[in-house]
Design a protein around this ligand. Structure first.
Ligand SMILES: NC(=O)c1ccc[n+]([C@@H]2O[C@H](COP(=O)([O-])OP(=O)(O)OC[C@H]3O[C@@H](n4cnc5c(N)ncnc54)[C@H](O)[C@@H]3O)[C@@H](O)[C@H]2O)c1
Length: 385
């Protein structure tokens, strides 16, 4: 079995280490902070203890899984690794520096990957001697539970490294999708309107948070409504991702962040983790009741869904990923009840174009411009499947 290296022993690094060790790999986890290493060890042991308690794993298996993970604060311990996955802080410069150090210790054909959610993989490879082996391997949180992994080749990446990485991660029981090196890749780009359009609807007073959540959950079949989901992810994190995507797309109004969410962040109303967000999570707090008005609910669902489908169609039109990968990414990465392109076929593409054109005319806002692919398909009466 190949040895796997992980740089960064935080939430993601620990999760990925657990996944690789569960599949029989020896794993070397490196962090420049010693307390982070012991915290990671405790975190994984605690997860394994719960799995044993639930009968999902034997004591012996948990013991051998954990014994395959070795912790270190020296990157030179990566020397035998076939793949090193970086999961340190989300900034380009430290990642570039780390990549140069990894490159100085590993073999020439070692895959060097980043778990970044939003940064350019091509930029990370810019200062490497052999950037042909760099790529993005983007796991979702928590890595042991979430099946989707986005594989993102940089401009410099050679095909053989993409194939090797995909084969390896598929072998870990994950579903890999291929995404172009663009802001937000697939999931973090296509999902933006789920939050952004819900916030617009709230700001305009069309429906309150509880009603939007009810509509998306009960009428749309989404596992969580947008506001409960933002509270769950953390408004601080969700807002930062939106802002990063907005800036990376040169301020395209489609990705514009919301003041409403910014004010929550300003007030440290981060959501569940601080006890306050769009909802109040303190003990005894009374939760607002949704307005269970089916007509209003369908109006909300249609508007958000059309914006999501528009984004998915645009990702296809601009060759960010193929049709199947876009649908897989949204169903397995963020648990959408259906692939958005398959959903578009069900709703009727001319219907979606009509809805978007109405919003565009009504608001005179480029945010609602319809993707050209949808327009062509409506004209030619084509479907995605
Ligand atoms: N948390 C998520 O939901 C999530 C999901 C997908 C991707 N990501 C991405 O994964 C990466 C890691 O995120 P996280 O949530 O695990 O972060 P984290 O803050 O939990 O962990 C980062 C770890 O990296 C270590 N570190 C920082 N600089 C280092 C260096 N130069 N050398 C060695 N170790 C260093 C820190 O000590 C820390 O232990 C980020 O790029 C993030 O965008 C995060």
């Amino acid at each position: 079995m190949e040895v796997i290296g992980i740089l960064g022993a935080g939430a993601m690094g620990s999760g990925i280490a657990q996944v690789a060790a569960a599949c029989g790999h020896d794993v070397v986890v490196c962090d420049n902070l010693t307390p982070a290493l012991s915290k990671s060890g405790k975190r994984i042991q605690e997860t394994l203890r719960i799995l044993v308690e639930k009968g999902k794993m034997t004591d012996g298996d948990a013991y051998s899984l954990f014994s395959r993970i070795r912790y270190t604060d020296h990157m030179s311990d990566f020397s035998e690794c076939a793949v090193v996955i970086e999961a340190i802080l989300e900034e380009v410069e430290p990642k570039q520096i780390a990549f140069k150090s990894i490159e100085a210790t590993v073999k020439e054909d070692t895959i060097i990957a980043s778990n970044t959610s939003s940064l350019s993989i091509s930029a990370m490879g810019a200062q490497m001697r052999h950037p042909e082996r760099i790529l993005g391997i983007h796991f979702f949180n928590p890595a042991p539970l979430m099946r989707l992994v986005e594989i993102i080749p940089a401009l410099q990446t050679e095909e053989r490294f993409i194939n090797r990485a995909r084969k390896l991660v598929d072998g870990w029981g994950k579903t890999t999708v291929l995404a172009k090196d663009t802001p937000g890749f697939i999931v973090n780009r296509v999902a933006r309107p789920y939050y952004g359009e819900a916030l617009r609807i709230l700001e305009e007073g069309i429906a309150d948070a509880a009603t939007v959540d009810w509509a998306m959950r009960d009428l749309g079949g989404f596992r969580m409504g947008p506001f409960e989901l933002m509270d769950f992810i953390g408004n601080d994190i969700n807002y930062t991702v939106t802002e990063t995507v907005f800036r990376s797309f040169y301020f395209d109004p489609r990705y514009k962040p919301s003041f409403t969410q910014k004010r929550l962040v300003d007030a440290h109303y981060f959501g569940r983790k601080t006890g306050r967000g769009f909802y109040n999570y303190r003990e005894g707090a009374v939760q607002p009741e949704p307005q269970r008005d089916e007509h209003l609910g369908r109006q909300v669902l249609t508007r958000i869904l059309c914006m999501l489908i528009n984004e998915a169609a645009d990702a296809l039109y601009l060759h960010i990923a193929n049709r199947n990968d876009i649908d897989l990414a949204m169903t397995q990465g963020v648990n959408y009840p259906k692939g958005l392109l398959a959903w578009a076929d069900e709703l009727g593409i001319d219907n979606i174009v009509h809805q978007l054109d109405w919003l565009h005319a009504e608001y005179c806002d480029d945010r609602y411009r319809c993707c050209r692919l949808l327009r062509i398909m409506a004209r030619e009466k084509r479907t995605f499947y």
